[in-house]
Design a protein around this ligand. Structure first.
Ligand code: MV4
Length: 447
């Protein structure tokens, strides 16, 4: 087992990882930028190292600085959390070269997951359902037009190395495809350093369902839960649930089986997520693999009782998964609300600054994953996630009623947050009934 882990991250996830390490009896090293000297993760860790100035490129993305800290403090592993270096295959390799275990999948798995068009090709070869489309990169506009004609409009262009909706364009006819093809390519190049794009049939109002995979280094691969993640705004998830609502048990079972097959086919190791789009007829399609721990992992944790961060650490340390099975059934219903430092009345504009009052909800079925405290100053340099409010209920309706109560108890003053938006959202009849799809926020709230 590891003796000392460096946490190459900040915010709530750094705190979450430190907690798992402490319970495993592992020492923790926090790294921090000068903007984060008063941050919670720095206060909670056993040791701390300043790794640079506020901009992430000079601190939390600075491989030399982070690796030097790990070597200086004699760490035997690094946990990257999510974002920053979590999906950088070069970072995994450099850690290995320095005899420091990267807590995550090997570089080849990270690379394949990051190359979405390649991952789709591989999945197609392994008979995982994919969306009709180019099944790989498109070579030129001529090919794009031929494929689009075959699959029918609307189609969607996507960046092979994309994320966050960048490079993504919906095309309703050949004329739009011709003009948006170039725009998609140049946006991909400037955002991701490669202009590779692929094409798919555009699925109208799909649900986003994802499967949590846990895989050890000995070929044992399990599904430990499924999540509904359709409630998003501009490609940022706002609310996630477990288990998915209004998708039949039969379809969920099939998705789970395909996800396990998908992970097996690429020799997946450690924790990962296989993402699917599900249409109104419950046809489902693989879209991508996430090779990191995800923000929304707690909804799976509280419906299964598992500690997914501990699994990441134990698997990286070479432990075998013996007491897991694919028959894990979620117990009850969980909903996570991402509480962001944003003003929902001003286009969700970031709202950094000093937190003058901070009261967390509590009581049965409530979990708050956060790094904030009274008088903490939210810096303007990083993502706006302040806290995750995770609610558990025996039923989804109990969870929703409990969420109402918890959102009312939750007080964050001094800055704007998304709490008022969620208070409105959970009164929405389509939300309550579980009529969810990826354009829900846009259609119901016009934001
Ligand atoms: C799609 C889609 C419809 N059809 N793919 C994939 C990544 C995620 N961030 C958004 N993704 C989508 N992929 C096909 N073939 C719909 C989405 C999608 C979306 C698309 C355009 C504008 C907003 C969207 C919000 C959620 C999902």
């Amino acid at each position: 087992m590891f003796k000392r882990i460096l946490i190459a991250n900040r915010g709530e996830i750094a705190v979450r990882i430190i907690r798992a390490c402490k319970e495993l009896g592992i020492e923790t090293v926090a790294v921090f930028s000068t903007a984060d000297k008063d941050a919670m993760h720095v206060k909670l860790a056993d040791l701390k190292v300043c790794i640079g100035p506020p901009p992430a490129a000079k601190s939390y993305l600075n491989i030399e600085s982070i690796l030097s800290a790990a070597i200086l403090k004699k760490c035997d592993a690094i946990h990257p959390g999510y974002g920053f270096l979590a999906e950088n295959p070069e970072f995994e390799k450099i850690c290995n070269q320095n005899n420091i275990k990267f807590i995550g999948p090997p570089a080849d798995v990270i690379s394949l997951s990051g190359n979405k068009s390649k991952a789709i090709e591989v999945m197609n070869q392994n008979k995982i359902p994919i969306i009709p489309g180019s099944n790989g990169n498109i070579k030129n506009i001529k090919d794009a037009l031929i494929i689009a004609k075959k699959i029918g409009y609307p189609v969607i262009l996507k960046a092979s190395f994309g994320g966050g909706g960048k490079g993504m364009r919906i095309c309703n006819n050949p004329k739009e495809l011709e003009s948006l093809y170039q725009i998609s390519k140049s946006e991909s190049l400037s955002s991701f350093g490669a202009d590779h794009v692929y094409i798919e049939k555009y699925i109208i109002r799909p649900r986003h369902v994802e499967v949590q995979i846990v895989a050890d280094n000995y070929g044992n691969i399990f599904c430990v839960g499924q999540r509904e993640c359709s409630i998003q705004r501009r490609h940022q998830k706002l609310i996630e649930e477990a288990p998915p609502i209004n998708v039949s048990f039969k379809t969920l079972r099939l998705i789970k089986e395909f996800a396990i097959r998908a992970a097996e086919s690429i020799g997946y190791k450690n924790l990962g997520t296989i993402e699917f789009l599900v249409d109104k007829n419950e046809n489902f399609y693989f879209i991508e693999i996430n090779s990191r721990i995800q923000v929304e992992h707690p909804v799976t944790e509280i419906t299964t009782g598992l500690d997914l961060i501990k699994f990441q650490i134990l698997i990286a340390a070479g432990e075998k998964l013996t007491n897991l099975s694919n028959e894990i059934k979620p117990f009850g219903s969980a909903i996570e609300f991402r509480i962001n430092a944003e003003d929902p009345d001003d286009n969700f504009k970031p709202s950094p600054g000093k937190i003058s009052e901070c009261i967390f909800p509590g009581g049965p079925g409530i979990r708050v994953d956060t790094h904030i405290y009274k008088d903490y100053i939210v810096p303007p340099y990083y993502d706006s996630l302040l806290a995750k409010l995770i609610i558990w209920g025996c039923s989804r309706i109990e969870a929703i009623n409990r969420a109402k109560r918890a959102l009312d108890e939750f007080k964050i003053e001094g800055i704007k947050t998304t709490i008022p938006f969620y208070k409105k959202l959970i009164k929405n009849q389509n939300f309550i009934q579980g009529n969810l799809h990826t354009h829900f926020i846009e259609e119901e709230f016009g934001v």
